[in-house]
Structures are given as C-alpha cells and as structure tokens.
Design a protein around this ligand. Structure first.
Ligand code: C2O
Ligand code: CU
Length: 475
C-alpha cells in the first residue's frame, strides 16, 4: 500500500547506474592498488557447532566465525565462494568501499549464488581497517555465516605488541529454532504473539542507554568468536603488553556493552577509520559496528564481558597474562557501568576528516514502523526485493551529500550504508554503521565517489528483512 501511494505522487525514478556500468569499472581502476592478490576460498555449508559439549547444527563458512581474512591496503581480494547450502546465498563485504558489482547484494548488484554453485569476488580493498563479511540473503548471518576481514595499514602509526579479533554474536540456530522461523514469528507482530507464536520475542526488556526496547529476539546463546560463556575463548599474552583489540558485532538483534575487567580501553578506530583516541571503561557496539581499542595488560586472569544490552545475559571470554584461577562467568563487571563510550563522543582523526566543502545534496532517510505491526520501513516504503529501486535515494557522482537519518520509531536502529564511510556531523567519527536512538536523528556527510547501487538499511537483520532497507543510487 505504501508503495502504491508513493508511486502515485513521485515522478518516474531516474535511471540508476548498473553494477557493471563503465563508471563502476572506472572507479575501480582509479583505486589503483598494489597489484598483489590475496586468494581465499570460502565454503558455505551446514556445520556442527560445539557449544560446551552440546552439538548444534547450523550453517557457516567452515567454522563460526570463518577464519579471518587479512590483506594489506591496496591489495586485491580474490574470494571464491562455494555455496553448499540448500539455498541461495551471497557474500557482502561490510564497510569496504569496493566496486559495486562485488558488493554481494542479490537483486541489486549480482544474481544470488544458487545452491551448488560457485562465485568469485574480486576487488581492491583501498582503505585499511576492521571489516567483516556475511551473506546478504535473508537472516542468514544470524546462523553463523560471518567472519572478520582485516585490511592492514602498511604505514600504521599505532604501535602494539599483539592483536586480537573479538567477534560478538547472539546465536540461536539449531538450538531453539532458525532465524527464518524467528523472522516469521516476528513478522506476525504482537498479533502472532497473542495467537501462540512469538516464542523468541523479547517483551519489556529495556535498555536505558538505547532509550527503549533492547531488541526483538531472546537468544539462548551469546558468543565470543563462536564460543559460549561455559567454554570461553581465551586470549593469552603477558603483563605489560599493549594489545590492539578489534571488536566486531556480528549479532542479528543485540547491542553489546563490552569491557575488560580491571582495564581501561583506549578507542582508536570506529568502523575501521582512526579517531582521536578516547579512554573508556566500556564501549557500546550496535550490530554491524566495529571499534578498535588499545589496552595495556595487567598481571592476572581477567573477564572480557560483552553484556547483551538490556537482555540480562552476556558473551564472555578470558584474558590471561598469568597462571591462576579463571574468574567465574559473569553477566557484568564494574567497568560496564563506569563509563560507556558511544560514537557521539568521538572525533575523526585529522587524517580522515572530510575536507570542508558546500553540500550539494540533502537526503533524508526516515525510519518508521513498530514492534506491534513489524512494518519497519524507510521513507514510508517497505523494501521490495522484486522492485529494489522503488523509493531509492538518488545522488550524482562527485556530490557532497548530507544525509539525515530520522528515527520516528520507539526503538533504536543501527543504520548501515554500503560502499561509503560517512562522517558524523561535528566533525564526528567516520563510520558506515551508526546507532540512531528512538525519536532522534543523526546527520552524516559523505562524498559520492563510488558509483553504483548501494543498499542502505537497518542492521537489525530482522528489521532489514521486514523492509527497513533502501537503495542509494547513482544517476
Ligand atoms: Cu552488514 Cu547490508 O550489511
Ligand atoms: Cu532497526
């Protein structure tokens, strides 16, 4: 219905560039690159996951998470995907400003990879940073199909002794249902709940930090690097070492508040881009966001706790620099309530602050919908995969774009734009995924320098699937 109303009052949409058009190829050529190629193979297939003695069946790229992919800025990644799932899939390289035809969004940038088929992704990763990858088909990422993609900076100004990748996840597949079942239950809204469904629906769990409902889904497991709290991931190092921790929230419906017992964290990067360093006790990380932090390790055994915000549970890992008894699994540590860093407290590092220039185009993405109806939408339009360009936001190559993301709902949303790293007004941090609080708005700016068709959506995977997704299209 929203589509019909919109269609009747909007002029015919402009023609947007296709993913394989010559401007897309030109932009890739302009990225240049080192010419070095890193080759990886990923097989998406049914997997057994060991959860502290309980075996669960799920889907993964061989393991949860997939092995980390690593390259140096300017290198080309050549990734061959073997789809051995019983259904279509794809791989999206979250946060990477890459060529549009390699962005992994079926219906927009490529055909889905059918069951039994293979697909080669090949692109230059120009910007260093902490990225990750996951399918862009249904709520598949919530099964465990994800991994980290680290693009190293050959001229890294930071010095540290060790590096850990910490991937946080909320996880249920094969335990109490599949993400597809959950999506169905949620899509029935509260109505479905009353009539007996809704076994996974969160009710009345609120988060003060997020200003409302904590999330939609109650999960039985929260994982760090695929490990449950009862059999925790353990990071070993030595007292006095400086460690760079790359935090990635791969969850489907959970913000994590993460901290390391007995330590302060110095946040150095937001979504892969450097910020003016800020010290904090904890960090709030929405789905799809990444933060890098430096920590100087003390002597002992310490809990790394990622509280599932407002959900009364936590993902848990151990940091060990000495022998001794491991602390007990806990859902909280004092650090989590002392000081919590959110993106609005950050400033982009001078090396990545957008050059000041007049704004050429103003766009608005108004987020709407309710838990009751589960009718999540952008600009009054629920995304329709069979007509993906309906309601698209148009830009022209070379423009400075100001985008206002207006949240009219009573729930928070992690908004994600593909193919670009915008800057929060201020100048705030450079990011590609940002928490927008209920009833609030967020203004960001970016340069339209990556032609193509780019998905822009809520990274609550259930909201995106229910329709909170649109397209940024280059005319
Ligand atoms: Cu991780 Cu379209 O996103
Ligand atoms: Cu959302």
């Amino acid at each position: 219905l929203a589509t019909a109303v919109l269609a009747s009052c909007t002029p015919a949409p402009p023609r947007y560039l296709t993913a394989t058009s010559s401007p897309v190829r030109k932009a890739e050529t302009a990225r240049g690159g080192t010419g070095r190629v890193t080759r990886v193979e990923l097989t998406a297939a049914p997997t057994e996951l060991d959860l502290a003695g309980t075996t669960a069946s799920t889907w993964s790229f061989g393991a949860v998470p997939a092995p980390t992919i690593r390259l140096s800025a300017g290198d080309t990644l050549h990734a061959t995907i073997h789809n051995r799932l019983p259904t279509d899939t794809s791989v999206h390289w979250h946060g990477v400003a890459l060529r549009d035809d390699m962005d992994g969004v079926p219906g927009l940038t490529q055909k889905p990879i059918a069951s039994g088929e293979d697909f080669d992704y090949e692109f230059v990763a120009a910007n260093p940073g902490t990225y990750w990858f996951h399918p862009h088909v249904g709520p598949q990422l919530d099964r465990g199909l994800y991994g980290a993609l680290i693009v190293d900076d050959p001229h890294e100004p930071l010095s540290y002794d060790d590096e850990w990748v910490v991937i946080l996840d909320d996880w249920l597949d094969g335990v109490t249902g599949t993400p597809d079942q959950v999506l169905k239950e949620l899509s029935g809204g509260m109505g479905g709940m009353m009539s007996g469904g809704g076994g996974h629906m969160m009710m009345g769990a609120r988060s003060e930090l997020l200003g409302g409902d904590a999330g939609d889904v109650a999960y039985p497991y929260f994982l760090v690097n695929g490990r449950p709290a009862a059999d925790p991931e353990t990071f070993s190092s030595a007292s006095g070492k400086r460690v760079r921790i790359r935090f990635i929230n791969a969850g489907g419906d959970t913000a994590f508040r993460v901290g390391l017992g007995g330590h302060r964290l110095t946040v150095t990067h937001s979504d892969g881009f450097p910020v003016t360093p800020v010290d904090t006790d904890a960090i709030l990380i929405g789905m799809g966001e990444r933060y890098d932090a430096i920590v100087t390790l003390a002597d002992g055994v310490f809990p790394l706790v990622a509280a599932a915000e407002g959900k009364g549970a936590a993902a848990f890992a151990l940091v060990r620099t000495a022998s001794g008894q491991a602390p007990r699994t806990t859902a909280s540590i004092p650090e989590l309530t002392r000081s919590v860093l959110t993106a609005d407290k950050l400033t982009a590092d001078p090396s990545v602050i957008l050059r000041k220039r007049p704004v050429d185009r103003e766009l608005t993405a108004t987020l709407s919908g309710s838990m009751m109806a589960y009718d999540w939408a952008i600009n009054g339009h629920r995304f329709d995969p069979s007509n993906p360009l309906a309601g698209a936001l148009g830009v022209k190559q070379g423009e400075r774009v100001r985008l206002r993301i207006v949240n009219t709902t009573q729930m928070w949303h992690p908004f994600h734009l593909h193919g670009h790293t915008y800057q929060h007004a201020g100048p705030g941090p450079r990011k590609d995924t940002s928490i927008v609080l209920p009833g609030r708005s967020l203004t960001v700016e970016f340069d339209a320098d990556n032609p193509g068709r780019w998905a822009a959506h809520c990274h609550n995977i259930y909201h995106a699937e229910a329709g909170m997704m649109t397209v940024l299209g280059y005319q």
